[in-house]
Write a new protein. Structure first.
Length: 118
């Protein structure tokens, strides 16, 4: 199966367990892998024969920027479910990271990595 990868989608959002996270917000980084058949698009060179990934990027941005979930697991799941809606996509991998999680003494990032199929 073919895939399209969209990496480095950076958005400011309000998902988090702490009240401050839902009020002040924070940056999120999202990487998406979409599995779909690209055979026809590879022959036709027509955008209507593939997934216009601009709409996928817009969906991710909209969900991150407007959602106020307590858990990043819920946000990652919402992104995966929305991306699976177009008929061309058979499977999606979502990697959602909080590069500056508000945890005292922790300088790393937290990443949720999930894969969903139709």
């Amino acid at each position: 199966m073919d895939c399209i990868e969209l990496t480095g989608i950076r958005c400011y959002g309000y998902t988090g367990y702490l009240t401050e996270e839902q009020v002040l917000g924070q940056w999120f980084e999202v990487d998406i892998t979409l599995w779909l058949d690209l055979t026809l698009a590879g022959k036709s060179d027509a955008i209507e024969d593939t997934l216009d990934y601009r709409s996928t990027i817009s969906t991710v941005q909209q969900l991150v920027e407007t959602s106020k979930f307590a858990l990043v697991e819920k946000l990652a799941t919402a992104i995966a479910e929305a991306i699976l809606q177009p008929k061309q996509v058979s499977q999606v991998r979502v990697r959602l990271s909080k590069p500056a999680a508000p945890i005292p003494g922790f300088g790393g990032k937290i990443t949720i990595d999930l894969t969903r199929s139709k």
